[in-house]
Design a binder for this molecule. Structure first.
Ligand code: AMP
Length: 525
């Protein structure tokens, strides 16, 4: 997308300059509050200026990509703005990613640094980053969260240096790389530009009616797209506060309550939040609650909003388009749809999959979108099949238009892309199948979604083998050897003589999904 098309919606500054302007307007307000500590806007602004200069003094240059593997902590938000102020380009990978993912992504993007967190459970990410840097053609620095170099200079001098760096950056340049849930093979990189990314966050906060007085709770991974847009930039476009917690409700709820949280985003894994003993206390201050990631029952709307909060839905994606329940939407619109686009310039078109033929209102088609913050191409790969001939992104999600309350609201009806949505983390089926096929005894492999009450979906592998029994433990050992992120590992195996196929010889995943769903309901009636 270009400024010629969408300039009237975009600002003219980089994200770092936008943040600084808000910090000047709201110096004493809290910018971020976490279990590890808090920062006002003035504090966060000054601290990140000095770290940005420190990063530049390491020899990192504007435009250099930096792989990020961290969790929801105070230092993560500090690092985020410090990187952007140094002109560096965060690459939003997950702490859960391992060599299989990071080696590919960091080479594809030409990463110059790798920012990790020390002391994470289950893996020494610092040692991992050092290993990953060996024989890497562009990697130069391992950076550790909380231990970033801060230049020991006067704050005014640091500010001047940051301003100099920012003057050299085009607000339409790539600011951040996000990862696509993707449909084929390895994950693809989504370039997000300064002006459009900040606009995406501003528009989202506007739709929810956020002001500088809001205190926005965020529990899901903050370096994901939803984290950056809804948790970090969204509140910071207006001087509001991010209340950042980890994903565990037992540690999150006391902080959300103590900080008098006014707005919160619950992903599918947090749909149990209203059952938490502290939820009634949270409900006393909660004004806006957003549910995202899976169908929402009427009961969940009622329990989430029992203290009087407005409750709506969000359908979002790292590629751009956000659909949100309009504030004045009727209960029917709110319950049966994910709402409407957040920008007046967003366009939604539903087509028969694989074609450019639009389907009539009310009928199910593939959701395609175009607009002021939706990508027009992935980084470094030509994927014309992901777009219509006039630049609408084909999401791989199935949807229908519902005419309600004068809105063309969108209901989500399924998906055609072959992925598993495990509590918000997307598992690309084809990527895992190729890994399973490299097991010496596996002849055919399919990964299908099995329903899970907590995570929504989990991966089940259907395998045909050379006659040898292959167990879940065998697969785990195999994927450990290949250094694949654990959340992608199948969590159940079904051995079959041969995988079911359609008449044209394609894997018939519908049959396998129905089979595993029936088995599970037989096992847990
Ligand atoms: P991501 O890019 O990881 O944010 O994932 C985007 C994808 O998540 C979408 O293309 C959908 O498949 C799924 N998704 C996001 N929001 C919702 C929702 N409210 N309901 C159902 N699926 C959703």
């Amino acid at each position: 997308m270009t400024r010629d098309e969408y300039g009237e919606f975009w600002g003219t500054s980089t994200i770092a300059d936008e943040f600084h302007a808000v910090a000047l307007a709201h110096p004493d307000r809290d910018a971020v509050v976490t279990a590890q500590g808090r920062r006002t806007y003035a504090e966060l602004d000054a601290e990140t200026d000095r770290i940005a200069v420190g990063l530049a003094e390491l020899g990192l240059h504007p435009g250099d990509p930096v792989i990020i593997q961290v969790t929801n902590r105070l230092e993560t938000v500090v690092a985020w703005y410090a990187l952007l102020k140094a002109g560096l380009v965060p690459v939003a990978t997950l702490a859960a990613h391992r060599g299989h993912e990071i080696a590919h992504i960091s080479r594809a993007v030409g990463a110059r640094a790798h920012l990790v967190e020390a002391g994470t459970k289950g893996i020494d990410l610092v040692a991992f980053a050092h290993e990953q840097a060996l024989d890497h053609p562009t990697m130069r620095h391992v950076l550790v969260l909380g231990d970033l170099p801060a230049a020991d200079i006067d704050p005014d001098e640091a500010r001047k240096r940051v301003e100099e760096i920012q003057r050299g950056i085009d607000p339409d340049a790539v600011a951040v790389f996000q990862l696509s849930g993707g449909t084929t093979g390895v994950p693809k990189l989504i370039p997000r530009q300064h002006a459009e990314y900040w606009y995406n966050a501003r528009a989202y906060g506007d739709v929810l009616g956020w002001t500088a007085d809001d205190r926005v709770g965020h529990l899901i991974p903050v370096i994901h797209n939803a984290g950056v847009v809804c948790g970090v930039h969204g509140p910071h476009t207006r001087g509001a506060c991010l209340v950042l917690t980890d994903h565990d409700l037992d540690t999150a709820m006391p902080l959300l309550v103590a900080e008098r949280t006014t707005s919160v985003l619950f992903g599918h894994v947090h749909y149990r939040a209203p059952e938490h003993p502290l939820y009634d206390r949270l409900a006393e201050t909660l004004r806006v609650a957003v549910l995202s990631g899976a169908k929402v029952s009427e009961d969940l709307f009622t329990t989430t909003g029992r203290g009087g909060a407005w409750v709506g839905q969000l359908f979002g994606m790292a590629e751009g388009m956000f659909l949100v329940t309009p504030q004045d939407g009727s209960p029917e619109l709110r319950r049966t749809t994910v709402g409407v686009p957040i920008s007046p310039a967003d366009e939604v078109r539903l087509v028969e999959p694989g074609t450019e033929n639009e389907v009539p209102d009310g009928e199910v088609g593939e959701l395609c979108c175009r607009g002021p913050y939706t990508l027009r191409g992935y980084f470094g790969v030509d994927r014309p099949e992901a777009f219509t001939s006039d630049g609408f992104y084909r999401t791989g999600d199935l949807a229908a238009v519902r005419l309600l309350d004068g809105y063309r609201a969108i209901s989500i009806e399924g998906r055609i892309k072959d992925l598993i949505n495990r509590g918000g983390e997307k598992i690309n089926a084809e990527e895992v199948e190729l890994l399973l096929l490299s097991h010496p005894h596996v002849v055919e492999a399919a990964l299908v979604a099995m329903p899970d009450p907590r995570l929504g979906e989990r991966g089940c592998a259907y395998l045909a083998t050379d006659g040898t029994d292959v167990t879940l433990d065998d697969l785990r050992a195999h994927l450990t050897r290949l250094d694949v992120a654990k959340f992608k590992w199948p969590e159940r195996v079904e051995l079959v003589e041969a995988l079911p196929r359609t008449k044209v010889g394609k894997l018939d995943k519908k049959v396998m999904t129905a089979d595993i769903t029936a088995r599970l309901s037989g096992e847990n009636p």
